[in-house]
Design a protein around this ligand. Structure first.
Ligand code: PLP
Length: 393
């Protein structure tokens, strides 16, 4: 199947205004997503918020089917939450840790997750251990196997880091977790919508994801996958009248499914938009999307490598749509600013978002250029030409 790139761009209003290589920050929404969000908001204004929710009941319910289809699970295993961090938190903070319990994580871990590890370690006496990378810069499966013992309570890693092209071997980690009977929490924030994700292949208990990045959904959306067997064991750290039913004066009952991790009040318009974004992704097909992202990112890396002073920093065996680079003698934030003035969007990853990885490589800042399927070869050429002239003309 060939990709109808012209149509993809036609359905992406932002393509007219900007050259958008900040898909790892927030991708450009396609028209159907935008229209669904605005449509629901309009209905809220016209007939009332509760009434609009009633009217859109089936549409909202179908969002769970869309997520389930995307990652191959049951709709009861999905909680729709306002962002990936909160989704991850709801899973992580549900796990009861005791002094000496070990949390195994990876070098690529995202700041918010690591801060939560630190807080829980301080409060409970659990210990955080970072599994080293292998020679390719991915989490070492050998080192992970060697680290397993009866005290390991949780394996929590990031699939694709926020700061580069690395794709951690999530399924190999899952195999180790399954064989040892250890809980496995995967941060799939950057991989969702970019590459095929099947929770049965990965073998995780929990998976968190965001809507606004490679899924092209609205901001302020995300979800948590909680495997059915795991859900039953865990009580969320926060409850409300939706997560738990007030069944008697002195008693509440948790919802039997993953919705126990959700909130009562939520943004219906963006929730609907998330569902539309997932359906839109599935319409293009996640495999064709992934092939196209791989081709575009390879092309961008190749052309960047030819620009004087550019150094690429992506790790791993198979590298995804996130390209990270520095330029000798130049400040990454200045490069971002100058590109921005030309309507070219990139972002800068700092030490603060992935400290373990950045420190070990002696990095403080990187330019992050992240491509999506609606980007074009022409944009890549233009990007490299503009970058080159910004740097050296
Ligand atoms: C962006 C990101 C997050 C946070 O997602 P939010 O939806 O902003 O909470 C978590 N992990 C990784 C790897 C990310 O890149």
């Amino acid at each position: 199947m060939t990709f109808d790139i012209l149509y993809a761009r036609h359905e992406t209003p932002g393509c007219k205004n900007v050259l958008h290589f900040n898909n790892a920050g927030a991708a450009l929404m396609p028209k159907p997503v935008l229209e669904s969000v605005i449509g629901h908001l309009q209905m809220e204004a016209e007939i009332g918020g509760s009434e609009a929710a009633q009217y859109s009941h089936d549409v909202v319910e179908r969002v769970y089917d869309s997520v389930a289809m995307l990652i191959n699970c049951d709709r009861d295993e999905i909680a729709i939450i306002e962002n990936a961090t909160r989704a991850w938190d709801m899973a992580f903070y549900s796990i009861p840790f005791c002094p000496g319990d070990r949390i195994l994580t990876s070098m690529a871990e995202y700041a918010s997750n690591y801060v939560a590890f630190l807080q829980v370690a301080r409060k409970t006496g659990a210990v955080i251990e970072v599994v080293p990378n292998d020679e390719h810069g991915q989490i070492s499966i050998t080192a992970l196997c060697n680290a397993i013992d009866d005290d390991v309570k949780l394996i929590a890693i990031t699939h694709v880091p926020t700061n580069g092209g690395l794709v951690n071997p999530a399924a190999a980690v899952g195999k180790v977790a399954r064989e040892a009977g250890i809980l496995y929490l995967l941060d799939a924030c950057q991989s969702i919508g970019q590459m095929p994700i099947d929770v049965n292949v990965i073998g995780c208990d929990f998976l968190s994801a965001t809507g606004r990045k490679y899924l092209r959904g609205p901001r302020g959306t995300g979800f948590l996958y909680a495997k059915r067997d795991s859900t039953e064991q865990f009580e969320p750290p926060l409850l409300d009248r939706h997560a738990a039913q007030w069944v008697a004066k002195d008693r509440y009952e948790l919802l039997p499914n993953a919705r126990r991790f959700e909130n009562w009040e939520t943004n219906y318009a963006t929730k609907i938009g998330l569902g539309v974004a997932i359906d839109y992704t599935l319409k293009w097909g996640i495999k064709p999307i992934w092939s196209r992202i791989l081709a575009l990112s390879t092309s961008l890396r190749t052309q960047l490598a030819d620009i004087k002073g550019v150094k690429l920093w992506d790790l791993g065996v198979e590298q995804c749509g996130i390209i990270s680079f520095t330029v000798e003698g130049k400040i990454s934030r200045d490069i971002l600013q100058k590109l921005f003035q030309q309507n070219i969007n990139v972002s800068v990853s700092t030490l603060k978002s992935t400290r373990l990885d950045m420190e070990v490589r002696g990095l403080t800042e990187l330019v992050r250029a992240s491509v999506h399927y609606y980007n074009s070869e022409e944009e890549i050429e233009l990007f490299c030409a503009k970058l080159s002239s910004i740097l050296w003309d």
